[in-house]
Design a protein around this ligand. Structure first.
Ligand code: SF4
Length: 270
């Protein structure tokens, strides 16, 4: 495996090193990377019912004359595929709506974003930049997306700099359950300082918008003087992942729906 990493790769490792190995070394599908299906409810919550309703409604709007196939699978999760229509994961779909709204390609705020209607309006008025990927080399110097020296890529949903105050807002849209995502907040702050420099960016305000829930965004602000600490922290996390040669299993509740678990016929002993 290359040394290249991203937040999602590190997060997979943090959840379970064995799972990480199956996915990235052994290249066994984790069932979550196929965007030709909509996948939901796999975490065992009853969110699945709402998601099923959403999916049928959403794709019904676009493809009411097309056949819909609803296939429950053995993990108490479900897949919906709509024949002849490019179906994407719900989270991806909603992110796309937000992106197109920011770009002005969708004039009216989609209903999926209504719980953040004021925030989206203000964000669009502030001319925030939508989806972006910040790529860095091993010294955390910015580089081209597909440069040979690319080491880490950080994807942001939206960001906007207040030139007067030097405060950069980095926004991450979240679908599904509310969680703290503390490490991801730290990575966004680190990446924003590294990408734009502390001459320009004096502070980074990371905001998580839990689109399904509404309410004020979960915010954390980082000052430029924290850059060194953020870098050290992330170096330590990544070094641990890169030095691991054992990839021991880390059993947890996650095993209940892990594709690699024994109960799902996977290679893991748990
Ligand atoms: S079943 Fe549990 S221990 Fe095994 S790979 Fe999956 S998450 Fe890790």
């Amino acid at each position: 495996m290359t040394k290249q990493w991203s937040y999602s790769k590190w997060n997979d490792y943090d959840i379970c090193p064995s799972r990480f190995k199956y996915k990235y070394f052994d290249k066994l599908s984790d069932g979550g990377d196929d965007l030709t299906v909509v996948h939901f409810g796999a975490d065992g919550t009853n969110e699945g019912d709402d998601e099923a309703k959403w999916c049928l409604e959403a794709f019904g709007e676009f493809a009411s004359d097309r056949p819909k196939v609803f296939i429950p699978d053995e993990r108490l999760s479900a897949f919906v595929a709509v024949e002849g229509f490019p179906v994407m994961a719900r989270g991806t779909y909603i992110h796309k709506l937000a992106e197109n709204y920011l770009k002005g390609m969708i004039r009216e705020l989609p209903k999926e974003l209504h719980k953040f209607s004021v925030q989206f309006l203000l964000l669009r008025d502030a001319a925030a930049r939508g989806e972006a990927t910040w790529t860095f080399d091993e010294n955390y110097e910015p580089c081209e997306l597909f440069a040979r020296e690319a080491y880490v890529r950080v994807k942001t949903d939206a960001h906007v700099l207040n030139v007067e105050s030097g405060v950069m807002r980095v926004i991450d849209y979240k679908t599904g359950r509310i969680k703290p995502y503390n490490e991801q907040k730290e990575l966004y702050a680190f990446a924003a300082f590294a990408r734009f420099g502390t001459d320009q960016v004096k502070a980074v305000q990371v905001e998580l918008w839990f689109l399904d829930h509404g309410g004020p965004p979960s915010k954390e602000t980082f000052a430029a003087w924290q850059l060194g600490d953020l870098r050290k922290t992330w170096n330590k996390r990544v070094a641990k992942m890169q030095a691991d040669e054992r990839f021991d299993p880390r059993p947890s509740n996650f095993c209940n729906w892990c594709t690699y678990s024994k109960s799902k016929g996977g290679p893991c002993a748990y």
